[in-house]
Unconditional design. Sequence first.
Length: 544
Amino acid sequence: MSFKDKLEDFRAKLNGRDPNAPEEPKFSENKTFEINLVPEIKYQMLKSMRFRKVSTFICAIVALVVGITTAVFGIIVVTQNNTSAQQDVKLDNMAKKIDEFSSMDDFLTLQSQLNAIQTVNDNKQVLSRIFGVISMLRPQGGDELTLSKVSVNMEDDTVTMEGQADAGVAPFYDYRVLESFKKGAELTKYDYGRYVDANGEEIPARCMIEAKPDGATYIDDNGSIYAYQTIGEYGCDTKLKELKDALDDVKENISVSTETDTKTEIDKETGKEVTTTVTTKTKESELKAQQAQVYSEYGTEVRKNWFDKWLKENNLARYDDYENRQDDIKAAYQAYYDSLSDEEKVIVDTEINAGVDIRDVDFRKIYRTPQFTEWLKEGWTDEEGKTQATPRMTLSGTISDWPHFESKCISYSGEKSTVNGKEVVMWTTTNDCMLLSGDMNILESSNGRNSDGDLVLRFRATINIVKEALSFKTKHLLAIGPDGQNVTDSYRQIEGMFEQEAVDCNTPGVICTEAETAGNNSSGNNQNASGNSGSGNGNNGGNS
């Protein structure tokens, strides 16, 4: 082995290569090499690179969203701070003005009083109803019961009455009249509620007339109770008032001016100049057009009265010029007035005396007692002249699409049955509202003589009326006696209800026979009546 070979072996050993191993191939320096990695390792490397790119992109998007959100919230916070600062300044200025307001104490006192008005109204009671209720409780017919004194305790709604009862026949000191008064009062009920129109909207109480001038309730030949709703320009038709205001606005915004001018022309026949006067009205067509539009908007809501009927017959509209036909209007009104009943004429006269325009005067009858047979019919005509297939009243007592009274105490229910081969409906009326919260208490009774010297039965009694019956919130009160006698809470005459107090027979100087004085021994004991206690109910009849 030559020295050179030994040197190569030594270098190989130094490099960790076996000198006996085959010699590696030698390549020239300008050759390129490609190293093929294991396929699985390459796939994992590529996957990691893609994940790194996606993660970087998502992080960039999240960072951008966070940046925008932060900027938005920053703007909101700054805006809120500025607004809050402005409001603080505004509140400070207002507080200074309030502090400088010299009448603040008076203003706060007035505001407190206004807030208390509703509470006052809720607690207010109508004392005048006492007279109507007592008048209805009094026996009718031959029996006579008058009062000399009535005391009312509004705290506990106790009514104390002092009076005298007169049977009109012997024995005059019979307790029958007083017993009739007592039992009738204990069986008396009441009703209240509200009147509504066809749409179910409440009609204000001030618009309803529920009694005649003498105080008697309106009752027809069938015993049904009804009332009248007054309708007029200054009355209760709010839609008519809105219409009038709208028309006034149109007239105010569109002025109709009349202009007169002269016009000179050459007459073709004579060849001479002819001067004529020309009158023009500006904006008149625009005024009528807008008035017609206003009427069209309210046309289905404003009721038609006698004047509207006259306009239709003469092909006129309410916005037309009919000032030159006043005689015709008066004749049409007179024909309408002559067609009314006496009680309806009284209502019309009252409206006109109250300042209602004769062209707008109107009223309508609204039944408080349901018209069962009529309201169960199908194919009826409503207030607008349209035919309705659904009945106005159901067998459950529900009334709709027709002016009526919604009772808070009385409910109605009907049941169909067959009588003599004909289907009929039997109606049941239920009323659980008792007028008195307890029995009438007869405190004392004794024989006496009235101002005419007739022998009567003196008495003192108390009743407790339920608070709801005397409450201001209770509208359209109707007291109903055991025989159907009724009286409303409207004004009624009380003449004949009161007279001078009878003088007790035990009073010195009062002349009473021995027999009459003996009858006085039972005074103060109402339970020892003469056995005719049941006969009094039949004497409590008659509609007031």
